[in-house]
Design a protein around this ligand. Structure first.
Ligand SMILES: Cc1cc2nc3c(=O)[nH]c(=O)nc-3n(C[C@H](O)[C@H](O)[C@H](O)COP(=O)(O)O)c2cc1C
Length: 209
């Protein structure tokens, strides 16, 4: 089993990375393979709403000058996805938003590439704005019919300068428990794969039409 973790922060080894690592260390202890992808410093254009992905249905975004298509395939092949974002302006950072808008739109356009995978999210924040950012990440996972493990608190870890998240003792426990629960869920889903009902096709309406 494999989990793809995505670091939305431009800081390669900053607090978001370290928060992700607290979760992935536990996953690895539980025998689950992990790959952490560094997204944040890349230039990722935002979704233009052209709907080309709904027409082509080739699991690709029409914008071609970045790693979105490569990351989509890595996420599709994984059993679990772990999203990590720093909090910028009480929200997820802009690069992460541009990335997730496109990745999850393509996934939806292709019949739900991430459906029934296990998905979780963490955010790192100096002080305030963690919850809206955390909820934003969760929205992509929930839309995609992913199974979501919880921790013993919301997955918001505190720190400002890179490494300060290591001083957030409660945050570390939140990440550890999330890792344990994510591993449990990954194993439970794996063992019950053949028992899961066939997915229902999505109904597309704008309210009622
Ligand atoms: C542009 C920008 C906006 C930020 N906005 C907030 C904010 O709204 N609330 C907050 O508490 N911290 C804010 N921060 C601080 C970061 O959330 C914090 O430093 C975080 O740990 C950075 O994670 P990283 O080391 O992975 O980049 C902001 C930082 C930047 C660069």
């Amino acid at each position: 089993m494999k989990v793809i973790a995505i670091n939305g922060s431009p800081r390669k080894k900053g607090n978001t990375y370290q928060a992700l690592k607290m979760v992935t260390d536990v996953l690895e202890q539980e025998g689950i393979e992990v790959e952490i992808l560094q997204l944040g410093a890349q230039e990722i254009k935002g979704c233009t709403g052209c709907n080309a992905c709904f027409k082509s249905r080739n699991e690709q975004c029409i914008i071609k000058d970045d790693s979105v298509d490569e990351f989509i395939q890595k996420m599709k092949e994984a059993d679990g996805i772990l999203l990590g974002s720093p909090v910028y302006w009480a929200a997820i950072n802009g690069t992460m938003k541009s990335f997730l808008d496109r990745v999850f739109y393509v996934a939806g356009a292709n019949g739900g590439l991430f459906r029934h995978k296990v998905g979780a999210a963490v955010v790192s924040v100096r002080r305030t704005g963690g919850i809206p950012a955390f909820q934003t990440l969760n929205q992509y996972l929930q839309y995609s019919e992913m199974f979501m493990p919880a921790s013993n608190y919301w997955n918001v870890l505190h720190g400002n300068k890179p490494g300060e998240v290591q001083d957030d003792v409660e945050g570390q426990q939140i990440a550890r428990i999330l890792g344990k629960n994510m591993a449990f869920l990954l194993k439970a889903v794996e063992q019950s794969k053949d028992l899961l009902p066939a997915p229902e096709n999505k109904e597309w309406t704008s309210f009622i039409r």
